[in-house]
Ligand binder design. Structure first.
Ligand SMILES: Cc1cc2nc3c(=O)[nH]c(=O)nc-3n(C[C@H](O)[C@H](O)[C@H](O)COP(=O)(O)O)c2cc1C
Length: 394
């Protein structure tokens, strides 16, 4: 039976997506400590979440007169730490939870990103995922040596080539390359470790890559492009897609459209999961949910573009069930009003009800993120076939 994919939408910062969440009476005040992320990881794993995912932005928001004073004074996402480092801490506190981090194709070299995520994948026994973003803020550009962001579609053209280099490097070591025969002194078959020698329009990278393949082959690719060009990129490369659909009717239409685009790239649409962004306020009874909502409602609210479900548990689960069964999505990216409380509530109330309805699993299917998402281990260089079809090279 088809079951939901659940992703927690996390931030390595001082608040959730709701900037005032740090003022919530139950928000922890040590969001820059390792223990905070260990705690969240354990909560999510107890709830059998597929993935804890960290967003990223390479700058402090300072849109009010290019001054950070307002941002810092009000704690509006002014702390932002490196997501992969935080994710590693979370990985060390968990055993099955998938671990996703955002990294930009606009400000790093593909070799570096390929090595970073391949290493993370090995260090977490095959649980890593990379959210590929092209970055849209000028503040990020100015922190990274540029004046402004690269033009929208050009960012994606660069990102396409970036992915070719990253995937190319990830394919360098054949699965049976390593021998480690201490007696003969043969460490690995040289003919099974390949050099990439990439020379393209935007990037050059020679290789050979220095990290062998992980138990899940390579990290899972996450993508959240919303524009036409972004969706095309996602259909080509993404395996877990984040969407924000305004309602179920648009959702079912766009879900089918996106899956068709994936098929058009020569890929199996069943091997691409689409998760819709939600924000829930969960409690055992409607009255308790209303009390919880009242606490949140006292905070300055900026929950942009999020559908906030604060009904009684039954209604919240009915709504999630409807989106899932009507194929407006394959699951949900769950955003939090405050941390860790919102995830503790989701795991304590929503997950058991979804499990009772048979909509969500009661245990992890395996060890790696791919096993748990139901995605096959990609064989070396399999992606090149779909690229060739798309670009008419064969
Ligand atoms: C759930 C979700 C998470 C996202 N996380 C990030 C992020 O961490 N960093 C980022 O720069 N953009 C992030 N984005 C933005 C998308 O990557 C994308 O740039 C944006 O939706 C605009 O689409 P476009 O790039 O196709 O124009 C996220 C979007 C969604 C829906």
């Amino acid at each position: 039976m088809r079951q939901m994919t659940l992703v927690a939408f996390l931030q390595a910062q001082n608040c959730t997506n709701l900037p005032s969440s740090w003022r919530h009476p139950q928000s922890r005040t040590d969001s820059w400590s390792a223990d905070y992320y260990r705690h969240i990881g354990r909560v999510l794993e107890a709830g059998k979440f597929h993935l804890g995912f960290f967003d990223d932005r390479l700058s402090m928001p300072d849109i009010y007169g290019h001054d950070h004073a307002h941002t810092v004074r009000h704690g509006i996402r002014c702390v932002k730490m490196d997501a992969v480092t935080v994710l590693t801490v979370m990985g060390m506190a968990t055993e099955r939870l998938g671990l996703g981090a955002t990294y930009s194709t606009s400000y790093y070299e593909p070799f570096h990103v390929a090595r970073l995520f391949a290493t993370l994948d090995l260090m977490t026994d095959g649980r890593a995922a990379w959210n590929v973003v092209t970055s849209l803020n000028d503040g990020e550009a100015q922190n990274m040596g540029r004046e402004q962001v690269i033009e929208h579609d050009l960012r994606y053209d660069r990102a396409d080539e970036f992915m070719e280099v990253v995937f190319g490097h990830w394919d360098s070591w054949e699965d049976d390359a390593i021998v480690q025969d201490k007696a003969s002194g043969l460490f690995a078959h040289a003919e099974k470790v390949h050099r990439l020698d990439h020379k393209g329009r935007f990037f050059r990278s020679r290789g050979p890559f220095t990290v062998p393949r992980s138990p899940q082959g390579r990290p899972v690719i996450i993508q959240a492009g919303q524009s036409g060009r972004g969706k095309r990129f996602g259909a080509q490369w993404g395996e877990l897609i984040f969407v924000v659909y305004p309602n179920i009717a648009v959702g079912t239409r766009d879900y089918a459209g996106f899956k068709a685009e994936v098929a058009g790239c020569g890929r199996n649409p069943e091997e691409v999961k689409i998760t819709h962004l939600v924000n829930t306020v969960a409690a055992a009874t409607k009255m308790e949910a209303e009390d919880k909502w009242a606490l949140i409602d006292k905070l300055p609210l900026e929950i942009d573009a999020l559908s906030l479900l604060s009904e009684a548990l039954k209604e919240v689960c009915d709504e999630l069930e409807r989106w899932f069964l009507e194929r407006a999505c394959d699951g949900f990216v769950v955003s939090a009003t405050h941390v860790p409380g919102a995830y503790e509530d989701f795991v304590g109330f929503v997950v058991p009800e979804l499990q009772r309805r048979g909509l969500f699993r009661t245990d992890y299917a395996g060890k790696t993120l791919r096993e748990n998402l139901g995605l096959p281990v990609p064989s070396v260089a399999a992606w090149r076939g779909t690229r060739a079809k798309l670009q008419g090279w064969s």
